[in-house]
Ligand binder design. Sequence first.
Ligand code: CTP
Length: 402
Amino acid sequence: MNGRNVVLGVTGSIAAYKAVALASALVKAGALVDVVMTGAAQRFVTPLSFQAITHRPVVTDLWAGGEDLEIGHVTLGRRADVVVIAPATADTIARLAHGLAGDALGTTVLATDAPIIVAPAMEPRMWSNAATVANVAILRQRGILVLEPDVGRLASGYKGRGRMPEPDAIFDVVSGVLARGVSLRGRIVVVTAGGTREPIDPVRFIGNHSSGKMGIALAEAARDRGASVILVHGALSVQVPAGVDARPVGTTREMADAIHAAVEGADALIMAAAPADFRVARAADQKIKRGAGSMSLELVANPDILASLASWPGVKIGFAAETTDLIANARSKVAAKRVHMIVANDVTAEGSGFGADTNEVAFIFADGRVEPRPLETKRAVADAILDVVASALQQPVEPSTP
Ligand code: CTP
């Protein structure tokens, strides 16, 4: 973070004291940190606490100006490499959503082109209130990165979602944004996750072991880079992340329809879902009875969703779940599905595949390049995939020829 300009907005929450630790971590990492405090924030922490850590004047008053006009709020906003508001109260979020500029923080935010990170802190009921939900949605649509608050005990004694994320988590987001930028701001990215289910009868289905973790990590990572994310998902063993447009589906054919609708006007499709390749030819209307003790099912092929989007012009990323001949099988899928890249993954390898939090994959590009990656978290794999998507969106798309 050496020499990068970070504006730290601090607003009126008990969590303001944690912003001192955040400021300290940013300064230690070499950032030039300018703190802007609202009046309410100063009821919790004094400007002197921040000044002592940042060795810079703290902006508390829109009308101050005075000796050092260079430290004006407009100048701060213009030269910022990133603006982080931590803690951000419900009131601050509402003001940001409406572009209010009655204080130094509001003006700084309006005057900046830099990425903005908001770390909310409030009572759970305020966070889930319809007004806050709508305001957060507005901010996210504008490419502002609103972090999900933590769940835990609040100063009031209540438990729930509303605690400001810990300073080291915010620090990681700030350093990620400074390193990678909001490379997908203004882009629409469709991510698919989880397995589909094909009914046998009203109580049974054919499914698979997909947990949806990889797709969820992708949706989160794309959201964190400022993209509008549409998440078409089947069965998941993890929560849908906040701030994404989640569209649940059941069968592969439903997933195909939802994806065809979602990609209209979208920039990229990342197909991490595991759609069932076969469905039962004639699902029973009533529960099949144990009867004679044996039965057989006739299965018919489902559509290959990625292949059906051959003429769609956006950036397409597929996955290949393999148990043998990883690279060779993945290579043939790049061609068959006409994608920019296949993320190949040996689902039998240690630490990889279904249900794991980590993955060891190889990127197989349409131009034949193979890039093996180390065993890493699914979030790290997601970030690497999004680097590929972001750079592909800078160039004309060249799908492979069948
Ligand atoms: N996929 C798809 N439609 C299907 C099945 C899979 O679009 N009906 C997508 C997956 O989401 C993944 C890629 O195609 O991105 C490869 O999926 P995979 O299961 O590895 O391959 P299949 O095409 O199903 O081929 P096979 O099962 O023969 O390996």
